[in-house]
Ligand binder design. Structure first.
Ligand code: SF4
Ligand code: SF4
Length: 401
């Protein structure tokens, strides 16, 4: 792999080290104890030439150019597990690993699948390469009709940021329709941006494309600034992360919550409408960017627990120890690369845990997960009867007509 000449200068490690100080909390990298907890908890740490602790050793030895030569850095799925366990709270995921990926991109060391997703994001405003005109097509047939801000031109209570996969992916569009039905059943006054919505860019940022992230954030701000609304609600934990933690650093500031937080607050209103019994053992997968990165653990469980006939069971990794689905940090667009390196998928590990827990249904709350876990279930023994359902789908089913 061709590496930029600048990466081979003796000062590269020092330059990189100094750049970490520009990341919030990045100066803590000095305090690394070399305890190895981050390497041990990393789901692909056993395959990576430089899991976080080893990356810091290379930095201290002024051999950081070896990191940018190692394409296994791309096995990092930005799952936050290392950041969670680091005893001295070094921002490993958003700081060290993301900065390292930025350097790999600069050096041209990038898997082709990822490059395609980034080019699509730049050209079309979404990693799937779909037309902006089709962004609101998922809502066709929803009754009452979904309000599109540009057509309605009126203030709404909730601006629903649907996200790339909720808008375009054939497995996730029904999740969006289910959530629209739940909102309608509760009489929520909501609207969507439709063709004016663009990718939140958070996964592109975590895959090292900060410039693209900033461009997408600016586009989102231009669209949002035209309208009046009380808050943003999204089903996409990466969009939530962008609105809550990343856009404010760019001066873009809106109150934002995940739909599970919004609905859990309305449980008194929702419960009487949940009439259809499910009669199933349900286990819940905590998405990395809803749980570890943003601390939302209880509300999804409260919603599931409110559905008649649901018995909740936990997998061996849950809440802050949840296993990543493999889709974060650009992993969603690098399945081929990951398979080539690991000959296994993180989503299959997770499905195996759901089967071991005896679950009938694996409940999810992130648009990356239903497609990933359904594909994985086809590969895992005894997963034939496991259903994968977004919480919004289970709520809409319980509400019925
Ligand atoms: S964020 Fe997750 S995948 Fe990336 S280095 Fe940390 S533990 Fe490993
Ligand atoms: S967990 Fe933190 S302190 Fe321990 S090796 Fe990793 S970065 Fe260093």
């Amino acid at each position: 792999m061709a590496i930029a000449t600048a990466s081979q200068t003796p000062t590269f490690s020092k330059t990189f080290y100094a750049s970490l100080h520009e990341v919030e909390g990045g100066e803590k990298v000095r305090t690394c104890l070399q305890c190895g907890a981050c390497n041990g908890v990393c789901p692909f740490g056993y395959l990576m030439d430089f899991p976080p602790g080893k990356m810091i050793s290379a930095l201290r030895a002024e051999r950081f150019e070896r990191v940018t030569e190692a394409e296994t850095v791309w096995m990092c799925v930005s799952c936050y597990a290392c950041t969670e366990v680091c005893p001295v709270k070094i921002p490993l995921t958003g700081g060290l690993m993301t900065r390292a990926k930025e350097e790999l991109l600069l050096a041209g060391n990038i898997p082709s699948e990822l490059q395609t997703a980034l080019q699509n994001s730049q050209r079309y405003g979404n990693p799937l390469g779909e037309s902006a005109r089709k962004r609101g097509d998922w809502a066709k047939g929803v009754k009452p009709r979904v309000t599109i801000m540009n057509e309605a031109m009126r203030p709404v209570e909730v601006l629903w940021f649907v996200g790339d996969y909720g808008s375009y992916h054939p497995r996730v569009q029904p999740v969006s329709r289910a959530l629209a039905n739940v909102f309608n059943a509760l009489g929520v006054d909501f609207g969507i941006l439709g063709f004016e919505e663009t990718s939140d860019g958070d996964s592109q940022r975590l895959a090292g494309e900060r410039g693209l992230f900033e461009m997408l954030a600016a586009k989102t701000e231009r669209a949002l600034s035209q309208y009046e609304f009380r808050e943003i609600i999204t089903g996409d934990p990466h969009a939530l992360n962008a609105f809550k933690n990343e856009y404010p650093k760019l001066g873009i500031s809106y109150p934002a919550r995940h739909y599970t937080e919004f609905l859990a607050e309305r449980l008194d209103q929702l419960k009487p409408r949940l009439k259809n019994e499910l009669n199933a053992l349900v286990t819940y997968h905590d998405p990395c960017y809803l749980g570890r990165a943003n601390g939302v653990y209880e509300q999804p469980r409260q919603l599931l627990g409110a559905i008649p006939g649901v018995e909740l069971v936990e997998m061996s990794h849950s809440r802050s120890t949840s296993l990543c689905c493999g889709g974060g940090g650009g992993g969603m667009w690098m399945d081929g690369f990951q398979w080539e390196k690991a000959h296994t998928r993180l989503s299959e590990w997770r499905v195996r845990e759901a089967v071991t827990a005896g679950a009938d249904i694996l409940a999810v709350a992130c648009p990356y997960e239903a497609p990933r876990f359904e594909d994985a279930a086809k590969m895992v023994q005894k997963a034939g009867r496991l259903q994968v359902k977004d919480i919004a789908e289970l709520l809409a089913d319980a509400i019925g007509d």
